[in-house]
Design a protein around this ligand. Structure first.
Ligand code: RUQ
Ligand code: CUA
Length: 680
């Protein structure tokens, strides 16, 4: 069957290949002239083989070949976009190049990660991980369920400086610097154990949003589930971000108490709606489970009503109210009480159909798209209508007294897109894209308003659907949630991969599929599948690569990535030393290809050891590792970096420390002895 098809299309295939080969030749000519001085290697430099014959032998269709040409990125060619994808339960972030879909890096965030020496002795990483532990509890948390990465923004556009991500499981938010792609800070939410509607950044990154999920008493103090309506609450937290220091300022952050509905995903307003924040919710039924006691199970109990509530926050006003001290104290954290939020007019509801999930604000800030998981439509709210309705002031109220806007007064459009709509992204052609979990597919539909002129289709209509494999959750389009989306690419983050890859047993990777959305109209093919072997790479954001400006090496020798300046224990060559003070031993070491100085460290059992290593290299990619067996120490010391670790030499013996990065031909010789003499 495939063969017949192949022959029918052979003519097309051949002409495509001619184009492909032609383009390739042109490109290689260009490369040659650019790199005229580059040394020729002695091996063959041209690709041999008959492309048409290879395509036939591999059963590739003309569409496959087109997809390959759109994505194949030869050695040394860079990607145009960078995608930051949540690493799901790995608690990390993946960095992926587009269109090649090559995984370039993993950023250690909530989980210890040995390659980066994160959580294996290096003091800065130990301190950052410890920031994420719950105050007053002696339990360490060494994983995270990362959900939503958020790139920092300036005037609503990604600026390439910072990345934020939340841990749904433990209610935490992390700050990553895109100067070195390292985690700088973790904040633990003091009033909630879990979250979901985070992280989202406001258009100038003044605030990082962390919305809650499952209702519980604020501060998770015990309260009987029988008292759910009285004692359980929802919340949204606004973390104040300081760009200068690159840190969240916990003492300038605050939360708002909410009814114990289950708040879900949030989005920040932008342009027209800047200063406002939108979150949806489900379980306004306030189901509490207990199927054992004859109650409906959660999945039914939380889906009984036709409507839940879109939460509409006036963030600017909330900031004023918090600054005026109209807050209550929950575990030392300022929380605007629900009654105050209502009185001050900073919280409104609008009904939203059938188990809503995604909420996504359009590039101009005018439209808020909400998807109900059990409704085949997306509902689009108008921000102007929301403002008019608030100003008109005729509300109904929920049982906690929150004003409810009339659905028809604020609705702009409803578009039937298909089954199980979840999340929406935008492009530069006036289209919106919505993931359809149940079909599973990505739907393209048209926006109205100021977007009307950007395409030839009728406003607010479904244009096309592309099937994806399978069970898509989030989608991410290139700069697709900013004020100026790029179009071009969209990635479908699929939860199931069943028949896409070789069988690797019952636990499958996730399948991230690249869609080409550059053509208007009904063409929107899948052009690449990337299996990611970590649980639920949940959401991603895609930034133009040229907006990123990371360091190649740390700016000065002795750099402390945590403080962002030269460390007081930075060690230059010639300054290496071992100093003993009682049973405290301090070591100042340098690392350079292929040598640790000192090469011998002799101490006594019971000594308290503080050890600093400075990588004095200035060469790009000249990273050294440092492994110390038994003591569970593993460091990654990038060029220019100073790393400190401490341990108590409880075990005597002979320990070879060595470099774990294959840094030079004499890398095996980059080693030394730690001799721990037995104590009495
Ligand atoms: S929301 S289920 Cu991003 Cu779809 Cu978490
Ligand atoms: Cu340094 Cu191997």
């Amino acid at each position: 069957m495939k063969k017949e098809w192949f022959y029918r299309h052979k003519l097309l295939l051949t002409s495509l290949l001619i184009v492909v080969v032609g383009v390739g030749l042109l490109a290689s000519c260009g490369d040659k002239s650019d790199e005229a001085a580059a040394p020729e290697s002695s091996g063959a430099t041209t690709v041999s083989g008959d492309a048409a014959a290879i395509a036939e032998a591999r059963g590739l269709t003309p569409d496959d070949i087109l997809a390959a040409v759109k994505t194949y990125t030869p050695s040394g060619m860079y990607d145009e976009y960078v995608m930051f994808a949540s690493g799901g339960h790995s608690g990390q972030v993946y960095v992926v190049g587009l269109p090649s879909m090559r995984v370039i890096k993993k950023i250690a965030v909530f989980t210890p990660e040995p390659w980066q020496g994160y959580g294996y002795g290096a003091q800065d990483s130990m301190e950052i991980l410890a920031e994420g532990n719950v105050e007053g509890s002696d339990r360490e948390i060494t994983w995270g369920d990362t959900h939503h990465p958020a790139l920092s923004e300036t005037n609503g556009d990604y600026d390439g400086e910072f990345l934020f991500i939340n841990d749904k499981a433990n209610g935490r938010v992390a700050v990553i610097s895109l100067k070195d792609f390292e985690t700088k800070q973790i904040v633990k939410n003091p009033i909630a154990l879990g979250d979901h509607g985070g992280t989202m950044a406001t258009p100038n990154t003044e605030w990082i949003i962390e919305g809650g999920q499952y209702g519980s008493p604020l501060g998770w103090e015990y309260a009987s589930i029988e008292d759910y309506e009285a004692d359980y609450r929802g919340m949204i937290t606004f973390w104040k971000f300081d760009r200068e220091s690159g840190r969240i300022l916990e003492d300038q952050s605050f939360a708002i108490e909410l009814p114990p509905y289950w708040q879900d995903v949030c989005d920040s307003g932008k342009l027209d709606s800047e200063g406002w924040v939108f979150c949806n919710s489900f379980n306004t039924e306030m189901a509490t489970g207990g199927v054992e006691d004859g109650n409906p199970p959660f999945e039914a109990g939380a889906s009984q009503q036709d409507m839940d509530y879109l939460h509409i926050f006036n963030l600017d006003k909330a900031v004023e109210v918090a600054a005026a001290g109209k807050t209550m104290d929950v575990k030392g954290f300022p929380v605007i009480p629900l009654d105050t939020a209502i009185e001050e007019g900073l919280l409104y509801f609008a009904p939203e159909p059938k188990s809503p999930h995604g909420v996504d604000v359009s590039p101009d800030g005018q439209f808020v798209t909400v998807s109900g998981k059990l409704d085949p439509h997306v509902s689009v709210y108008s921000f102007d209508k929301i403002q008019d309705t608030i100003a008109a002031g005729n509300f109904e109220f929920d049982q906690y007294g929150v004003p409810i806007l009339n659905f028809d007064d604020v609705l702009e459009a409803q578009i039937e897109v298909g089954l199980g709509p979840l999340h929406t992204q935008y492009d530069d052609k006036g289209y919106a894209y919505t993931s359809l979990f149940l079909e599973p597919a990505v739907a393209r539909w048209t926006l109205g308003g100021d977007f009307s002129d950007l395409n030839d289709e009728e406003d607010w209509t479904l244009v096309q659907k592309t099937p994806v494999q399978y069970n898509v959750g989030h989608i991410a389009a290139a700069e697709g949630d900013t004020v100026s989306p790029d179009g071009k690419y969209l990635v479908s983050l699929n939860k199931w991969a069943i028949d896409r890859f070789l069988n690797v047993g019952p636990l499958l990777p996730q399948n991230l599929q690249l869609l080409d959305i550059s053509e208007p109209g009904t063409t929107m093919p899948v052009i690449y599948d990337l299996p990611l072997p970590d649980g639920e790479p949940h959401y991603a954001q895609i930034i133009k690569a040229d907006k990123l400006d990371p360091w190649e090496v740390y700016p000065e020798i002795g750099w402390n990535p945590r403080t962002g300046e030269v460390d007081e224990n930075a060690t230059q060559i010639g300054e290496e030393r071992i100093v003993r003070d009682g049973n405290n031993v301090e070591i100042w070491m340098t690392a350079v290809r292929s040598h640790f100085t000192p090469e011998r460290v002799e101490i006594k059992q019971g000594d308290k050891v503080t050890w600093h290593i400075t990588n004095v290299e200035r060469a790009y990619d000249a990273t050294h590792g440092f492994a110390l067996p038994l003591y569970n120490i593993n460091l990654s010391i990038e060029p220019g970096e100073t790393v400190t670790f401490e341990f108590e030499a409880t075990e005597d013996g002979v320990f070879s420390y060595y470099c774990t990065e294959f840094c030079s031909a004499l890398h095996l010789e980059m080693t030394g002895y730690l001799l721990v003499e037995p104590g009495e």
